[in-house]
Design a protein around this ligand. Structure first.
Ligand SMILES: Cc1cc2nc3c(=O)[nH]c(=O)nc-3n(C[C@H](O)[C@H](O)[C@H](O)COP(=O)(O)OP(=O)(O)OC[C@H]3O[C@@H](n4cnc5c(N)ncnc54)[C@H](O)[C@@H]3O)c2cc1C
Length: 384
């Protein structure tokens, strides 16, 4: 194995494992502060969850901690740093939440999530049908519209982080899966892709593989659970491009337009081992059936389908912070179904926690604390 020539005693200040959106955003932020290496097991970054999302910015989605993080990212996406992307990162979509006739009361919980910055407005069933004529009229009892939901250009965001990282002097290695991690006097010795690297701080941004990385370092897992989610694409000749995201109150399934197609998900959450996950025939069939019952789409065939992993810990909030028992080992995992929305915020939070031990001031001002994100909270949950 080749021992990599190191420019300083520790080689790199920061070594980030995993070049999905989480690792890319952290590396982008850390490269401003020190020499940073980003290692990716696959030949291309973004192959796993990052390349398989629904690409939605949904500010009123998730637990209270998650919602604060959702909102904290909006400024970055709306006004990214100079040169970050040639394309807008957000484009208007809106979200329509429906209740079937007789189930109108279910909308109350949705409307209760409305905030001054991201309102959710009750609208008539007729107005909902006008916005989404693809629906069967008889499935709409009542409706709520959230104008602040947008599409996100995930590829532009991911590439923006990676390009900015390289411009700041960062090094990206693909086909460099980390195979061993050893604590040494001044940091970590990391084996990957047939080379050995040394770094002061290791950032574990390996997504569904986060616990496997910890175990390589002899660190206890934090209980990450990867859950499969399926999306199918249906071609249609109907004019759907301006239609909102559509979901039903209290249910996980949704549909949205995407470049001349309707994308739909049954909202499945099947726990699986970390892997290159593929869709199951059953979940595809369930989604087609759901579309047939709720829309007037003439479904002749499924044009495309994919599945991705949404990886959670027990309380469904991300895990961002140093391991309490292993200095220099930083967790950046558990982004679940929110990792694209959270990426600029958690990247900044990573740098701030590593440098100062505290979250950035704007996150503190939102009422977030480092304990909300710390891995230590999970050991407390486990022992309760
Ligand atoms: C169907 C679906 C819909 C979603 N919709 C949305 C949405 O609308 N909005 C939103 O914000 N989020 C959404 N998400 C969630 C979002 O996609 C994820 O939270 C996010 O992509 C997680 O990014 P990540 O970088 O942590 O993980 P990943 O993208 O999985 O990256 C982890 C990387 O680590 C690498 N790795 C693993 N082991 C090693 C190793 N030993 N050495 C080196 N590298 C390693 C992997 O190869 C991988 O590239 C959705 C997810 C799915 C599946």
């Amino acid at each position: 194995m080749q021992e990599r020539e190191t420019p300083t005693m520790t080689g790199y200040d920061f070594l980030v494992i995993g070049a999905g959106i989480s690792g890319a955003s952290a590396a982008f932020s850390l490269a401003k502060r020190g020499k940073t290496l980003l290692l990716e097991a696959e030949t291309l970054p973004g192959y796993h969850s990052t390349g398989r999302s629904a690409a939605l910015y949904t500010p009123n989605f998730g637990s209270p901690v998650v919602r604060k993080l959702n909102m904290a990212g909006h400024g970055f996406f709306a006004t990214p740093p100079e040169g970050f992307s040639e394309r807008p990162l957000l484009t208007p979509r809106q979200s329509l939440t429906l209740a079937r006739p007789g189930e109108e009361a279910k909308l109350a919980a949705v409307l209760a999530c409305s905030t001054a910055e991201h309102p959710i407005l009750p609208i008539s069933a007729e107005e909902a049908y006008r916005l989404a004529p693809i629906l069967r009229r008889e499935v709409i009892g009542a409706a709520a519209l959230e104008p602040g939901v947008t599409d996100m250009d995930v590829a532009a965001i991911h590439q923006g982080f990676l390009r900015g990282f390289r411009l700041r002097g960062g090094e990206l290695r693909c086909a460099a899966g980390v195979s061993a991690l050893h604590r040494e006097a001044a940091g970590w010795r990391v084996e990957a892709g047939g080379e050995i690297f040394h770094a002061g701080v290791v950032v574990n941004a390996a997504g569904a593989w986060g616990d496997a990385i910890a175990q390589l370092a002899g660190i206890a897992p934090i209980g990450l659970v990867a859950k499969r989610r399926t999306i199918i694409g249906i071609e249609t000749t109907m004019q759907v491009s301006d239609m909102p995201l559509i979901e039903f109150a209290g249910e996980e399934g949704y549909l949205k337009p995407d470049t001349g197609r309707i994308l739909a998900s049954p909202g499945d959450e099947t726990p699986v081992a970390p892997q290159d996950i593929q869709p199951e025939e059953w979940d595809i069939a369930v989604t087609v059936d759901w579309l047939q019952r709720h829309t007037v789409l003439d479904i002749r065939r499924v044009a495309n389908s994919w599945a991705g992993l949404r990886t959670f810990v027990a309380d469904h909030a991300p895990v961002v912070g140093f391991d309490p028992e292993h200095p220099g080992f930083f967790w950046l995992v558990g982004q679940g179904g929110y990792g694209i929305m959270h990426s600029p915020t958690l990247g900044r939070a990573t740098t701030s926690l590593i440098e100062t031990g505290e979250l950035p001031a704007d996150l503190l001002a939102l009422g977030l604390t480092r304990d909300d994100l710390s891995p230590a909270r999970l050991r407390a949950i486990a022992s309760a």
